[in-house]
Structure formats: structure tokens, C-alpha cells
Write a protein that binds this ligand. Structure first.
Ligand code: FAD
Ligand code: FES
Ligand code: MG
Length: 319
């Protein structure tokens, strides 16, 4: 479940700690503490395929057989580029167990995603840890309305695929600022009964917001479940819309993460008045119970440093 570039770490936990490994070999938040680890085995995290889906979005297929074997829709990994690099979470878009590969879709927004996108076929990613988080709860409910905004379309794809394979009718709304940011349309269409595309500037599909597209569908179809993934502000407003129509809604959250194992608290969110950790309790939650304003505030906590770091990095790509 933990795959590193040169080594694999296996942790042992005492009965009184806070983190463990469940029967599916995924880390979960419980009362256990680590008291030791072994170093074993070698996985290289080699990039096998690389393709630009748009100027800012890269798709990479990576050799990672252990993660590919365990991965289910909704799982993510924590990736580190360079020995001293920061850790960032990325959804496992798809996996191929026969080839032992996972696919990541990366939107370049700052230093670490720039560094990752610069790697080429044959390069190795320093560390990949996963699969992390709970897989999506996939059931046959009837008609599922899926909404993906910007790079939220990447984590939405495996959910659309699984919902369809479970026998649901799937209607998907893809939304972005402009045409070049609508990604994976072909793949999403393959698993959707209907796809509606919304762009802010009208350069593709219908001009308007994701909520406009969703409301038009809600007014003509009985929707049994909605799924929303995208920028926090988009999830906030899609969730307010579905609440108005009493449609159960699931949101996959994109909080800041560091360790991804429930230890650091970086990904803390409030759901239904309770504190939850997105990495171990999520990433999906009942959207109507999420405190999106708190999430938005926490997401912007390091904005100034991130902007300076990105500017410095782009001016001097030496690290
Ligand atoms: P920075 O300039 O450092 O940050 C840009 C913005 O990204 C920040 O303002 C903040 O909102 C967010 N961010 C920064 N650091 C982190 C961090 N350590 N963890 C989370 N968010 C951070 N992006 C994709 O492109 N594809 C995906 O499939 C994808 N899946 C995700 C799944 C989960 C569960 C989560 C929580 C996030 C996912 N993201 C995904 C978002 C991705 O992690 C951030 O875009 C990335 O961390 C940005 O880092 P940066 O250094 O490139 O940019
Ligand atoms: Fe550290 Fe979730 S990322 S607790
Ligand atoms: Mg960063």
C-alpha cells in the first residue's frame, strides 16, 4: 500500500496508537501509534507515458504495480518530486493491473505540479504513497448527476466510470473557464448517457456556470444522487443548488494535505459540525454538511508564499 521510489516502508503499530492498516491494506484513522518500520523491496515509479491534455494539464502513466493492484475509484496518492520536495495529493485517475500502472492527471498550478509536469518518459518520480483515502461508495441508485469543474474532471472520471458500470444512468456536466480547460471529454462521454459542457466564456458548449447546466437537467430529470468535484467555490454552489432540490450529494474535497495519513491535521475540515480529516475520513463527504467557507479559508492559507514560490521557480528553473 506504500510504494516508494527506491524502498517500501512497512510500519508496525501498537494497540494504543492512532493509525492502522485495514483488511484492504489501506491506511485508516484509528487509535494506533507507529513504533517501528522496516525497509524492504524496490519500486521505481517510472513514467511510461506522458501526454499534454491542454497547455496546463498533463496525463502521466506510471509504473506502480502495488498501488495499481489495490486502487479503487476515489483513491488518491501523495507524490513527492525530489528528495526535499513537498508532498501533494493526486487522484488515481485509472489503473491497469495487467501492466502494473497508474494514471495521474496533473494540472500545473504551482511549484510541485510544474516540477512533476517537467518530468519525461523514463524519469522516475521520487516517492508515490498510496492508495490513500476511502474508495467511492458506488451503488445502483438510478440517475446520477456528476459535475466536474476544471481539474476536478480528472478525479470525476473513475467515479463516472464506476457509476455507469454499476448500472446507473449517468448525466455529466463538465465545466471550465474556457474550452482548453475542458479535459477528458472523450473518456467521460464513453461512460455517460449524456454530457453537458459549460464554459464561462462560451468558447465551447453552453455559455454559463456549472450550476446553470445542472439546474436545467434537474428540472427535466429525476436525479437520485449528485456528485460534485472541482474548485471549492464550485462545490459550494453546486451543493447549495442540490440542497434546494433535496438531492443527496457527494463532494470530493481538495484540502491541503501533507502526510495523507491523518497525523498532521493539514486537511482538517468541518462536516456536520464535526472535525474530519479529508485524507483518512474522505476525500468524499455529504456535500450538504461541509463547511465550504472554512475550506476556502484554509485552502488560501499559504497563497502569498505559493505565488512567490511559483514566480521564483518560473524565473529560475534550477531546482
Ligand atoms: P501551489 O502553488 O503550492 O498551490 C496552489 C494551490 O493548490 C493552493 O492554493 C492550494 O489550494 C493547493 N495546494 C497547495 N499545496 C497543496 C497540498 N499539499 N495539498 C493539497 N492542495 C494543495 N490536482 C490535480 O491536478 N489532479 C488531481 O488528480 C488532483 N487530485 C487531488 C486529490 C485530492 C484528494 C486533493 C486534496 C487534491 C488534489 N489535487 C489534484 C490538487 C493538487 O494536490 C494541488 O493542485 C497541488 O497540491 C498544488 O501544488 P503546487 O505546489 O503545484 O501549487
Ligand atoms: Fe495530514 Fe490529512 S494530510 S492529517
Ligand atoms: Mg506547492
Amino acid at each position: 500500500m506504500f510504494s516508494f521510489s527506491k524502498i517500501e516502508l512497512i510500519f508496525f503499530a501498537s494497540a494504543s496508537g492512532r493509525l492502522g492498516v485495514n483488511e484492504e491494506n489501506q491506511f485508516y484513522h484509528k487509535k494506533y501509534y507507529f513504533y517501528g518500520f522496516f525497509l524492504v523491496n524496490a519500486y521505481m515509479n517510472k513514467i511510461i507515458e506522458k501526454e499534454y491534455l491542454s497547455d496546463k494539464v498533463v496525463r502521466m502513466v506510471i509504473e506502480s504495480p502495488r498501488i495499481a493492484n489495490k486502487r479503487k475509484a476515489g483513491h488518491f496518492v501523495i507524490v513527492k518530486v525530489g528528495e526535499k520536495g513537498e508532498r501533494i495529493p493526486l487522484t488515481i485517475s485509472t489503473a491497469d493491473t495487467s501492466k502494473g500502472t497508474i494514471t495521474l492527471i496533473i494540472q500545473t498550478v504551482g511549484v510541485t505540479s510544474y516540477k512533476l509536469a517537467r518530468l519525461e518518459i523514463g524519469d522516475e518520480i521520487t516517492d508515490i504513497v498510496g492508495p490513500l483515502g476511502h474508495p467511492t461508495h458506488i451503488t445502483k441508485v438510478g440517475t446520477v448527476l456528476c459535475a466536474g469543474g476544471g481539474v476536478g474532471i480528472a478525479p470525476l472520471l473513475p467515479i463516472v466510470e464506476s457509476m455507469k458500470q454499476m448500472g446507473n444512468r449517468v448525466i455529466t456536466v463538465l465545466a471550465a473557464r474556457s474550452k482548453d480547460l475542458i479535459i477528458l471529454e472523450k473518456q467521460i462521454r464513453a461512460y455517460s448517457d449524456e454530457v453537458v459542457i459549460m464554459t464561462d466564456d462560451g468558447s465551447y458548449g453552453i455559455k454559463g456556470l456549472v450550476t446553470n447546466g445542472m439546474e436545467e437537467i434537474i428540472n427535466r430529470e429525476k436525479i437520485d444522487l449528485a456528485v460534485t468535484i472541482g474548485p471549492a467555490v464550485m462545490m459550494k454552489f453546486t451543493s447549495l443548488l442540490t440542497k434546494k432540490y433535496n438531492i443527496p450529494t457527494m463532494a470530493s474535497l481538495n484540502s491541503i494535505m501533507v502526510d495523507g495519513t491523518g497525523m498532521c491535521g493539514a486537511c482538517r475540515v468541518s462536516v456536520g459540525g464535526e472535525t474530519k480529516f479529508v485524507c483518512v475520513d474522505g476525500p468524499e463527504f455529504n456535500a450538504h454538511e461541509i463547511d465550504f467557507d472554512e475550506l476556502l479559508m484554509r485552502l488560501s492559507a499559504y497563497k502569498d508564499s505559493e505565488v512567490i514560490a511559483s514566480k521564483n521557480y518560473l524565473e529560475n528553473k534550477s531546482n
